[in-house]
Ligand binder design. Structure first.
Ligand SMILES: [Zn+2]
Ligand SMILES: [Zn+2]
Length: 368
């Protein structure tokens, strides 16, 4: 398996939850592939990069077998038993991890102390995924967005304890309240966390009627997420600790929010630069003019020098999108607006102008 399996989140790249069906994955892929296809974004290297990532993520998740392997690899990594510095607690192998790993991959868990043991280590909660739609200007200036998140969260009835409110907790019958038990035999005997009470020494007598004692319930929450200024379309914002609650005292997972940015009627964005097309008259382009150009925060004056060709682009410094390293520029491209109907006087003046024009402006094309 690829090392990048541990580093990349293919579900986040497709903007689907881990529980998505094959059909949902396919649908999400088609939509993104259309949006970021190189044919639809000529010359846009950002889009091309995204397209490659999306395609790769889909190639792994669309195949049932490789998706299963990927999920197992991710789970192993998240629980700290993977290679390299895992984000989970513990890090590195413990005997019980190995049992879990082998049990999960090949049913060899029996080799390690009989039946597969329930893991008692703290386990980080699942990461949850959501998307948010932003207006163009919200993405540029940053905002606080309310994001709907569907997934496991702390049970509201029992506040996560798993016990029906008003009922008492009892001393754990397995460890007699000590929280740990002896495992193994003779000189190999080690003390390990009690697998019944997960080290708390106490157990629930009456499970919560909402969550059945799990301490978590699935529902849709509204979470406020701070969107940094200059966020790009397709970016993912990670909100630590806003995923599903952890198990056995483990930390909660993270929330990953995919950002969809809408278009602007005047401006187009490329990285942190903005582009705008500004119509000018023929005489403004020929004689030069001071014109007014809109920006995202007010307007600026732009000096068009005499003899400016249609299509000429002017860079207006610092009027683009704010970024970490530099604020982008506004690129204003002038476009000579040609009147399609003229009155008699204008026509007479244009005819006179025509008599002063160069004999052939197309001589270099070899067609004169
Ligand atoms: Zn509950
Ligand atoms: Zn116990």
């Amino acid at each position: 398996m690829d090392r990048e399996w541990f580093e990349k989140d293919f579900y986040a790249e497709l903007g689907v939850p881990k529980t998505a069906s094959a059909a949902e994955i396919k649908k999400a892929y088609r939509k993104l592939a259309q949006e970021f296809h190189p044919d639809a974004n000529p010359g846009n290297s950002d889009a091309e990069e995204r397209f490659k990532e999306i395609s790769h993520a889909y190639s792994v998740l669309s195949d049932e077998e490789s998706r299963k392997q990927y999920d197992q690899a991710k789970e192993l990594y998240a629980s700290g038993g993977g290679f390299g510095p895992g984000p989970g607690p513990g890090g590195g192998f413990q005997v019980e991890d190995l049992g879990d790993l082998l049990g999960g991959l090949g049913g060899l868990g029996d080799l390690f102390g009989g039946a597969r043991r329930t893991t008692t280590r703290p386990i980080q909660g699942e990461h949850l995924y959501s998307t948010v739609n932003l207006a163009f200007t919200e993405a540029v200036s940053g905002t606080t967005a309310t994001v709907a998140v569907d997934g496991d969260t702390v049970c509201r009835t029992c506040s996560g304890s798993g016990a029906e409110p008003g009922t008492a907790m009892a001393t754990c019958p397995r460890c007699q309240g000590s929280g740990s038990i002896a495992a193994g035999q003779g000189m190999f005997s080690i003390s390990q966390t009690c697998d019944v009470c997960h080290g708390t020494g106490r157990v629930v007598t009456t499970p919560c009627h909402t969550c059945g004692g799990r301490g978590t319930e699935q529902r849709v929450r509204s979470i406020k997420v701070r969107i940094p200024a200059g966020v790009r379309n397709g970016a993912t914002i990670r909100v630590p600790g806003k995923g599903a609650p952890g198990r056995n005292g483990g930390p909660p997972g993270d929330l990953h929010v995919r950002v969809n940015v809408g278009n602007h009627p005047l401006f187009k964005r490329r990285k942190n630069d903005l582009r705008i097309t500004v119509p000018v008259t023929f005489t403004e382009a020929a004689l030069g003019a001071d014109i007014t150009v809109p920006t995202l925060d007010g307007r600026v004056r732009l000096r068009v020098p005499p003899g400016s060709d249609s299509g000429k682009t002017f860079r207006i410094k610092g009027k683009g999108v704010p970024g970490k390293n530099r604020t982008g520029d506004l690129l204003a491209t002038i476009e000579v607006a040609v009147p399609d109907a003229v009155d008699d006087e204008t026509r007479r003046l244009l005819e006179e102008l025509k008599s002063h024009e160069p004999a052939d402006v197309r001589s270099h094309l070899g067609v004169s």
